[in-house]
Design a protein around this ligand. Structure first.
Ligand code: COA
Length: 382
């Protein structure tokens, strides 16, 4: 009873070698390698290999992994038909969850503890998620899907499938870093949910569809969409101070700020801020669809919030800059969380593979707070 921790806060759910956070110093490491080093020197596919299999790939391992990912990008026409049957105005995370669960019917990988099965399932899921997401984005506007091109790398191909145009190289390179930053983050809610499903020896498609469902919630993957709405609501740099003061005096949370683990600025937000500046310098501050100086408003919100919230250890988190960045790349706001899933699928799978090495089914207990020995009352007497 004394050990009860609501939300299991601070309770270790497993032992893991996948990633590590020092929230006081603002450090995030994947397999022991600091995130800023990976963001600067590596690329998403190499980072995916590192997270899944525990060490950097050799040249030949990376070549094979990359090739396998490219050849598994296509999805069955029945998956496309399934997406077509879903309501166009539904949330794309629901479509993604349904499509990922359906993948499992085409690839019944039953032997989940076998290494080759794990490799192939991981490849299929990482390769096919972008295709599913791009298909959802196009079909809801009545456009045909764009087939993947195996001569393009992961991020370039995704942007190509969205727009049917070869993407700008700076945008694609920035998206690749965003995927690295979102790929893994220790025992968060979606990873935990995937792990619980994995512990029953369910197939990896079911594991990932559980995790997608959990990521959808606004307390987890949905915050960057809300940051964008907040910046629109603020509307100008002059409005920032009154907006922040009003929020703080009303005791309301400012979106994109604060983190359960980090009590300094989230190391991923530092990188995303730099990337946002690079993107806005490259493509210009406004577009036809967006005339507000969102990056400048965001900078002002960050500075103003720090004045009030830094003493509480509340700083910008990963969601603060990712929304404005994705929006400037032309991605629709309700696709921000699917993009998160497209990266985080790697972390979910890395934890799945780790769990399969020493599996124990999750079966926590509960503290019963109900009544005992009640009698059955016939319906006529209730
Ligand atoms: N805006 C304003 N104040 C905030 C804040 C925010 N975003 N986040 C935390 N605080 C304040 C709290 O009001 C609280 O103040 P108090 O001690 O005077 O009551 C203090 O900081 C501690 O907050 P708490 O809610 O206990 O922190 P937490 O670690 O439990 O919560 C979050 C972490 C992420 C849930 C929380 O910061 C939040 O809701 N942020 C906004 C949503 C968001 O960006 N989510 C994405 C996370 S990656």
């Amino acid at each position: 009873m004394d050990n009860f921790s609501p939300g299991l806060a601070g309770v270790p759910a497993t032992r893991s070698k996948v990633s590590w956070i020092d929230g006081k110093k603002g450090i995030l490491e994947y397999r022991g390698v600091p995130i800023n080093m990976l963001a600067e020197k590596s690329h998403f596919i190499e980072v995916a290999y590192l997270l899944l299999f525990g060490s950097f790939p050799t040249d030949s391992q990376l070549t094979r992994f990359d090739l396998d990912l490219r050849i598994h990008r296509r999805i069955k026409y029945k998956i496309v038909d399934l997406i077509k049957c879903l309501p166009e105005n539904g949330h794309p995370m629901d479509a993604l969850q349904a499509a990922v669960a359906a993948l499992g019917m085409f690839y019944p990988d039953k032997n989940v503890q076998d290494k080759e099965t794990q490799y192939l399932s991981a490849v299929r899921l990482i390769a096919k998620l972008p295709t599913i997401i791009a298909a959802c984005a196009r079909l809801r506007h009545g456009d045909d899907i764009v087939l993947p091109r195996d001569d393009l790398n992961h991020a370039d191909n995704f942007l190509y499938m969205l727009t049917e145009k070869i993407p700008d190289t700076v945008c694609a390179a920035i998206l690749d870093v965003c995927l690295i930053l979102h790929a893994e983050h220790t025992m968060n809610a979606s990873t935990f949910s995937g792990l619980v499903t994995a512990s029953t020896l369910a197939d990896p498609y079911t594991v990932v569809s559980s995790a997608v469902g959990t990521l959808k919630g606004p307390l987890h993957g949905g915050a960057n969409e809300k940051v964008l709405s907040m910046l629109h609501e603020i509307g100008s740099i002059q409005n920032v101070r009154p907006y922040i003061e009003a929020k703080i005096s009303a005791g309301e949370k400012i979106m994109g700020l604060g983190h359960r683990e980090y009590k300094v600025k989230d190391p991923r937000a530092i990188i995303l801020q730099r990337l946002s500046k690079r993107l806005f310098d490259h493509v210009g501050k406004s577009s036809l669809n967006e005339t507000l100086p969102l990056y400048e408003i965001a900078l002002e919100v960050e500075q103003m919030s720090e004045m009030f919230l830094a003493p509480k250890g509340v700083y910008t988190n990963i969601d603060f800059y990712s929304g404005i960045l994705y929006q400037r790349m032309g991605i629709e706001p309700d696709f921000f969380t699917p993009l998160f899933a497209m990266a985080r699928v790697v972390g979910w799978l890395a934890h799945w593979i780790e769990q399969m090495q020493d599996n124990h089914i999750f079966r926590p207990t509960e503290i019963y707070d109900g009544e005992h020995d009640k009698v059955y009352i016939p319906i006529s007497q209730r």
